[in-house]
Design a protein around this ligand. Structure first.
Ligand SMILES: NC(=O)c1ccc[n+]([C@@H]2O[C@H](COP(=O)([O-])OP(=O)(O)OC[C@H]3O[C@@H](n4cnc5c(N)ncnc54)[C@H](O)[C@@H]3O)[C@@H](O)[C@H]2O)c1
Length: 383
């Protein structure tokens, strides 16, 4: 049977533009379904760079103005892979043009913008998703399965960290191509929106609502040269962010992110302690889930390291890859996300996280920054 075309218009050709395009190219081979992805158009402001990206990755055409891209009748879905300050405007325009939208995280600069985006996609009734891709690393998906099966029992603690070290140099500039993450005008926030957003998304998915938070942020390098103005300017993002919180289920949250943890490149870790079971995961060892099951027989009870690579349905997504024991990588999480998004189209069960789901994370981020500023506990607003 002929497959339905899913014609993608990609905005941005950076890190995520490449990660998503790689996923679009893999999905039909490893997760064949009703749809065939067509790489229809790549959009960037510079025509030569857009063309080079299109040629390398196989896009049929280019655009230099994203507004033209979202209006094109030969595009079914718009993929937003640009700095955070552009997400809302692009997503709202794409929704009004009736396109499916796959938007990078964080959803928006803040919750107010996020609400506008949710309203736009829900009014237009267009399929929508945010790329919180860590959900789809098989070991993380397996953790979700264990939690949903009730194996942890009552949860007491949820601990998560996302550590990097690339901004320690005080002469590193802020702003512009490649360094927009250090510029609050483009990024919205620092490590909270960039790194903690992932930890919060996973936590809400696993453990439900966070009711209240108490946060602390720090800026270690107070001024940096700005690439766009050429002047020394105050650093307005958070370099580090720590917060405590209380989940609606009564468990306690303990989160940390920084770009000043010398030696750590992208160490996302979580550990959840329940009455009957604890589980832990580390992005640097992404195919392993650490499990301590108190119900195990006493003499063999202990932490076990499960290599989540079996091709049985027990290990999410793995049946579609290689033979048991062979690991897949970071890139596959995006392939899984596209596969789930395509499977969700028309099924009445959209792939998560939708814009509405991602707004929950945005509300936690707003509460964290508000708490750090006011040095008070804050209640997380309801979506
Ligand atoms: N899911 C994840 O794990 C993950 C990882 C990295 C980044 N992100 C998110 O992805 C988004 C992009 O990040 P990145 O690392 O790919 O950034 P990047 O700097 O590598 O790429 C950004 C791209 O946006 C383009 N761009 C900027 N303004 C534009 C405009 N007006 N019109 C068209 N193109 C424009 C740039 O030319 C560049 O190609 C951000 O929202 C970021 O938070 C998510």
């Amino acid at each position: 049977m002929a497959k339905k075309p899913f014609r993608v218009g990609m905005i941005g050709y950076g890190f995520m533009g490449r990660a998503h395009t790689n996923a679009y190219k893999q999905v039909g081979q490893f997760f064949p379904g009703e749809h065939e992805v067509v790489l229809k158009a790549a959009c960037a402001r510079d025509a030569a760079k857009a063309q080079a990206f299109a040629d390398q990755w196989g896009y049929e055409t280019i655009e230099t103005d994203w507004r033209k891209l979202v209006e094109r009748p030969d595009i079914d879905a718009v993929d937003i892979c640009v700095p955070n300050n552009l997400h809302a405007e692009m997503a709202v325009a794409a929704a009004r043009a009736g396109k499916a939208i796959l938007c990078e995280k964080p959803l928006a600069m803040n919750a107010a913008e996020g609400r506008t985006m949710v309203a736009a996609v829900e009014a237009a009734k267009v399929p929508n998703m945010v790329w919180y891709n860590y959900r789809r690393i098989p070991a993380v998906s397996l953790a979700k399965k264990l939690i949903d099966e009730g194996r942890l029992g009552k949860v007491f603690h949820y601990r998560a960290k996302f550590l990097q070290d690339w901004t320690i140099k005080s002469d590193l500039p802020q702003g512009g191509q490649g360094l927009w993450r250090l510029d609050a005008a483009a990024a919205g926030a620092g490590v909270s929106g960039d790194l903690l957003a992932h930890c919060i998304d996973t936590a809400l998915w696993f453990n439900g609502r966070l009711d209240s938070v108490c946060a602390m942020t720090e800026v270690f390098v107070k001024e940096r040269p700005h690439n766009l103005t050429g002047k020394m300017e105050a650093v307005t993002i958070d370099d580090a962010c720590l917060f405590f919180g209380k989940f609606a289920n009564g468990s306690l949250a303990n989160f940390e992110s920084t770009r000043y943890a010398r030696g750590h490149k992208a160490q996302y870790t979580f550990e959840i302690n329940g009455e009957d079971m604890s589980i832990a995961w580390d992005l640097h060892d992404l195919h392993r889930l650490q499990i301590f099951d108190y119900k195990d027989e006493g003499k063999i009870r202990g932490w076990k390291s499960v290599h989540v690579t079996d091709n049985s349905p027990d290990h999410p997504y793995m049946a579609n890859w290689w033979v048991p024991g062979l690991a897949i990588g970071y890139d596959s999480s995006f392939t899984h996300q596209v596969a789930d998004f395509l499977a969700g189209l028309g099924s009445g069960k959209p792939a998560s996280p939708t814009f509405r789901d991602a707004l929950e994370t945005q509300l936690v981020l707003d509460a964290i920054l508000d708490s750090a500023k006011s040095q008070r506990w804050k209640t997380v607003e309801q979506a």
